[in-house]
Design a protein. Structure first.
Length: 231
């Protein structure tokens, strides 16, 4: 039993450190209930995907590109596009910036934050959210608890994640990157009597969200901050 506990603790620590490479705290004043739009969907993941949507798994996020190697950028955007040109400029400030590693961390954070909110896991949310946003989330979670509501939630998976925009302030080196997430999730809210009052435990809902991350390049702080969410 002791060995199992040590192994689980090591795995948890590894996941947290990897997440910190791509984001730190979330800022803004969004209502947690308005974080995403959702609609019922089937489990069929077919259909046309937009060009340059990053598919996963299968990418080696540990590989460090050479200074003039932009293969990571070309994987997620055309080098001639605004996103591609912004990422190339970012590498001039911070040569080890890697577009694939960034979106890998963004995907992991997306699932962790959504599930943390749905299940009321404040310990998971706290290191990922700014203090004012954490206060808002805690209010929503506590309100649910006071009403005797509980949530059954299951993250089915991400169908795709796509970098849709990027901006770099060359005066401050502050960079913002937009990621469009297309995911599936099951959520059912039950009252104190166990009756379903919202959602359906048998229906998969489609999630389509646009999140914006920000970080100042060239600093010792590796944390990306989630500064905006929308649909």
């Amino acid at each position: 039993m002791l060995v199992e506990i040590i192994i689980l603790a090591a795995v948890a620590g590894f996941l947290f450190l990897r997440l910190r490479d791509v984001l730190g705290r979330k800022t803004g004043h969004e209502n947690p209930n308005d974080w995403f739009s959702s609609e019922p969907t089937t489990r069929d993941a077919g259909g046309d995907e937009a060009d340059k949507v990053v598919q996963f798994p299968g990418r080696d996020s540990t590989a460090q590109p050479l200074p003039d190697d932009h293969s990571d950028i070309s994987t997620v955007a055309s080098l001639e596009s605004d996103v591609g040109q912004t990422f190339i400029a970012a590498k001039k400030i911070e040569p080890d910036f890697n577009a694939i590693r960034f979106i890998d961390g963004g995907r992991a954070a997306y699932e962790m934050i959504l599930m943390g909110y749905e299940t009321g896991d404040k310990d998971t949310l706290r290191p990922l959210l700014a203090s004012d946003v954490m206060e808002s989330f805690e209010g929503a979670i506590d309100d649910r608890k006071e009403k005797g509501l509980s949530v059954d939630a299951r993250f089915i998976g991400l169908r795709s994640s796509k970098i849709t925009g990027a901006r770099l302030d060359e005066t401050t080196n502050a960079m913002q990157v937009d990621i469009r997430f297309d995911a599936e999730m099951i959520v059912a809210v039950r009252n104190a009597e166990g009756e379903i009052v919202e959602g359906d435990p048998e229906v998969v809902r489609r999630m389509n969200d646009l999140w914006t991350f920000e970080r100042t390049l060239g600093t010792n702080d590796p944390s990306w901050i989630l500064v905006e969410t929308g649909d």
